[in-house]
Design a protein around this ligand. Sequence first.
Ligand code: PRX
Length: 696
Amino acid sequence: MDNNKQSVYAPNPRLAKSAHISSMDEYRDMHKKSLDNPEDFWLPIYKQFHWETPYTPGKFVNFNFDMSKGPVEIKWLDGATTNICYNLLDRNVRCGNGDKIAYYWEGNDPEDYSRITYKKLLQEVCRFANVLKDHGVQKGDRVAIYMPMVLEVVIAMLACSRVGAVHAITFAGFSADSLAERIIDSKSKLLVTADCVMRGEKLICLKEICDTAMDRAAAQGHVVECCIVVEHLGRLSASLAEQDHASNGTNGTSNGSSNGTNGSANGAANGRKKINMKEDRDFWWNEEMEDASSSCYPVWVSAEDPLFMLYTSGSTGKPKGVLHTTGGYLMYAATTFKYVFDYKPSDVYWCTADVGWITGHTYVVYGPLANGATSVIFEGTPFHPGNDRYWSVIDKYKVTQFYTAPTAIRSLMKFGDEPVLKHNLATLKVLGSVGEPINPEAWLWYYKLIGKEECSIVDTFWQTETGGHVLTPLPGCTPMKPGSATFPFFGVQPVLMDESGKVIEGPGEGYLVFSRPWPGIMRTLFGNHERFEQVYFSRFHGYYCTGDGARRDEDGYLWVTGRVDDMLNVSGHLMSTSEVESVLVEHDSVAEAAVVSRPHPVKGECLYCFITPNEGAAFDKKLTDELKKQVRERIGPFAQPDVIQHAPGLPKTRSGKIMRRVLRKVAVNDRDVGDISTLADESVVEQLFANRPPEA
Ligand code: PRX
């Protein structure tokens, strides 16, 4: 079936020479040890960190994955206490990394940049931790965050962990409704946001979205007590308007924007946008920080106390609040970062993910800081001010590891080689891919043009739920096959399962499941352990079910084949068809809606919607425009449907179930629809093909 044998790319021998793990034999030995004796394997890693109280002997790891034997439970390092912020910052400052750059910040506009050292980051985090305490935030409280990619988002996250609070970030591309839903579900009492942000040429007023979300939450009985607002765009426009040429570039933070001679700063300098600040609820970040002390004793928490929650789409439509805890997550984020990116202290690492997603949590914040790494944080888009922005940033900061999504790679391929060739990318040694399957064409472009055939490509498969990479090649070690996430990381035992629950040994295809926990796996869904067990552990007792399918080839390589449930992945954003359907049917003119995924050359997948209008309602451009707008507003711009088709009837079985495989065939105009004899009305199918809109 495949010609995998021909398409194996051996790692660059130069990379192998200096890599942490330089041969597959070494990898296999370590992987075996991690499964045979997890305590022996993880102990040296555990010892690198500070534990205020050590774990209870005999309680390194305990779990039950089999819900027929009792509640599903996962515990690592039971009895230990620690503070993750202390381990990320104080520990690094104490071991001599205080003056090391933690982050280079690169703004939307190339003129706006700054940087922060570990020492300065610790001081800022302590100050904000004191601000949180002043506003009554205590251990276990949830703090909602809705922020652009600015340094303050990292400061807010770590300040939460310093005081034992749980951060609940919502990606700042989500709508006010989505934000409100998450604030209510997490019962967050405080919200941190920014005034506005520029994405490319577009101004987005985050505070306005937060105002709407807080109003909606209040209408449903949940009052956000306090909202802290970073003056991000206001500050930039002010500093540029003043044409401040002063530079304070050496100690702690320095802000390139204050050097800026380009007075426009994305046009923001033309006037500060008026931000509504509600008395006694809304406070400016800077004013709060002014008198806050830069020292704050960390709150010691249990290894199994929650660190953060992060929502991911659920196939029933209601987002799931994935909960991660402290001790195991710290070990796992640190270890995957070190090995998967083959991290060395002199490296400059850049992950383009937004902190609103799990990739941003683990591989912009926790993993890099746990290793004392220097990272780039980027606020902008790959296309602004030109289509070479990514490559110019790599060149500017001499980036050694670059981690991005296949969607970004595909959208940049369109512009050809020239934007890449303008820049020096010779410092690169590892190129990462995350979030969706990478097609071989994109893989090869990445490998050849960006990596000059000298870099290892790490196609990392993982999920919000897994906390960190679970299937991935290792740089300088794993021979690569374009499109394969290859082999499991340490501590991870993947299993392929057939429909009947029989384990598939050797080559074959089935459900991708895991038979044991690694330290970074989620522990529950916030406030709903029953749903946690149902969603992930009820399909195959004794196994964590990813919801993805996978194939194992003759060489043992794993190939993730995509979702096996009603979820789809648009540009790396996971969403469920039912959440979009429920927004569509809210429209007065819509009687029924069915949404399927269709392959898309850049986004990977896109939304193809079938609409049955109400009796008497017209199906016209006005309606489809309104529906697209409704989805944008209710979920977020990334969820906007590509095609909305009129469906006088939907293909339903006699029991009323929509036959989605038929709709998927209509979406790609493939008339090979298979057996449709169980449909209540077979003529519906022909009608749907006839109704395909011209733009489809
Ligand atoms: O379907 C898989 C796909 O993304 C899903 C997880 O999405 P999310 O929780 O948003 O986390 C994304 C970032 C880790 C998976 O169930 N996916 C993720 N990485 C890959 C992938 N599919 C194929 N190959 C990958 N490398």
